[in-house]
Write a protein that binds this ligand. Structure first.
Ligand SMILES: [Zn+2]
Length: 466
């Protein structure tokens, strides 16, 4: 008997009970378009749905998790023209960089990582299916468009109003033959001078963005005999329209099956209360923040706001959040790992997350656990559950798994560490010969280097402070 889990479904616009289609939960997350380094928005989305995956696993579900790489896109082609690099040179470089960022953030590696370039046959098949069923049409240049007027369910996902769509959209020259302004391209036929073109059963050309995800889901993940192809489709709130609306519509029309039973969207990231954008110059790359803070600290900070709320990034808040995580590591320094798991604590942490990933309640339980554990240790009450609870926290939240001594030394080079160790050794010698003035001077010097020292029965320990 599984615990009840509730999730906020973007289509129903309400919290609904999660009931999987089958005994294996299939999740698809729209991954990055690999033409640049990953930014905080990517980190937020990955962490949100990594938490979802960990919660389902902790509840005893088998989960198959797919996250794609959009490795065919006009943004990549523009970059090819700018840099003279090939498509694969660009995409391989940024896939590598993305995966290194994800590892730093302690994101569980997806079970399936499909690429658009490896799904061309399936994309062409799906476009052909839509042409045959008259849901798609060709223009004189050979491009294939999806006819949104043929799908009576179009806009049922995003709840947008067709009239607004018509008013908002402007046609480019290539789009003048579109039947409806909301129609979108499924396949762009090759033109002279195209940098990227693939041969396929529907001619040479390249796919539009939306069809890539539908075809990848159908190839790697989809049930073929159920009411829905997959259980949960996830992505950032900015993808709800048009990307997810179009994915859902073309899949529905091509396969006759609804794409996903539940749709989850994470909120936007703002930087110091401004919308993050490249033009504002406040588009933070994950790898830049990683120079200064560990991936675990960034993860914990991004995790601490509920996934559906907008997230306002500020370095001051990050430091406050780090102090909260420090407490877990201070506790970890006090306990040794042993056996037994505290079932009650485990249930408390999990039950709040089972309520649409209610992270604030979970973190309140975590704070309470840390303070009670410290009380017990102060009073020398033996509790072998503490260390195992920390292991469970790491499984569930992806935090607390690092070495507790290393955690407090993050970002220091080996040369800096040697200098610190030498100063500490000199201070010990000074104390031995009762030169307390020199010992104090060395402590002051270490403090000015942002190093705190603690004398204990095990000798002198040190930590980096912000
Ligand atoms: Zn997608």
């Amino acid at each position: 008997m599984k615990n009840k889990i509730e999730l906020f479904d973007s289509v129903k616009r309400d919290k609904v009970e999660f009931i999987p289609i089958d005994n294996e939960v299939k999740i698809y997350v729209c991954g990055p378009t690999v033409y640049d380094n990953a930014h905080l928005g990517h980190a937020r989305s990955s962490i949100s749905f990594d938490l979802l995956r960990r919660v389902l696993l902790a509840n005893g579900y088998k989960v198959t998790f797919a996250r794609n790489y959009t490795d065919i896109d006009d943004k990549i082609i523009n970059k090819m023209a700018q840099t003279g690099e090939t498509l694969s040179e660009i995409t391989n470089k940024y896939i590598k960089s993305y995966e290194s960022d994800m590892r730093a953030l302690n994101i569980l590696d997806p079970d399936i990582k499909p690429k658009a370039t490896e799904t061309i046959n399936e994309i062409a098949q799906m476009v052909n299916e839509l042409l045959i069923k008259n849901y798609a049409y060709r223009t004189s240049s050979g491009d294939v468009y999806f006819d949104t007027s043929r799908d009576s369910e179009y806009l049922s996902l995003s709840h947008r109003n067709q009239k607004n769509e018509e008013r908002e959209s402007r046609l480019t020259k290539n789009e003048e033959e579109k039947r409806n302004s909301s129609d979108f391209v499924l396949w762009k036929a090759s033109q002279n001078g195209d940098l990227v073109s693939f041969d396929s059963s529907i001619g040479s050309g390249r796919p539009g963005w939306h069809i890539e995800c539908s075809a990848m889901i159908n190839k790697h993940l989809a049930h073929q005999d159920k009411a829905y192809s997959i259980d949960i489709h996830c992505g950032g709130a900015d993808l709800l329209f048009p990307h997810h609306e179009n994915e859902a519509s073309q899949s529905r029309c091509a396969t006759g099956i609804e794409l996903a039973k539940y749709w989850l969207h994470n909120g936007f990231v703002k930087i110091n209360n401004e919308k993050m954008s490249k033009s504002l110059g406040n588009s933070f790359f994950i790898k830049d923040i990683l120079q200064k803070y560990s991936g675990e600290v960034i993860r914990f900070y991004l995790l601490s706001t509920h996934y559906r709320s907008d997230f306002n990034f500020s370095e001051d808040d990050l430091i406050v959040s780090k102090r909260r995580l420090d407490k877990l590591y201070r506790l970890k320094k006090r306990v040794k790992i042993s056996s037994d798991t505290d079932i009650i604590f485990r249930d408390k942490l999990l039950s709040s997350l089972n309520d649409d990933l209610n992270i604030s309640q979970t973190l309140a339980e975590l704070d309470k656990f840390i303070s009670e554990a410290n009380d017990k240790l102060d009073k020398k009450i033996k509790d072998s559950n503490i260390s195992n609870s920390i292991i469970f926290i790491n499984d569930l939240l992806g935090i607390g798994g690092s070495d507790e001594v290393e955690y407090f030394k993050f970002g220091l080079s080996s040369d800096e560490r040697i200098d610190i160790e030498n100063l500490i050794a000199n201070r010990i010698k000074a104390k031995q010969i009762k030169n307390f003035k020199l010992a104090d001077e060395i402590r002051t010097e270490l403090n000015s280097m942002n190093i705190a020292i603690m004398d204990s029965i095990n000798g002198t320990e040190w930590e980096r402070i912000e």
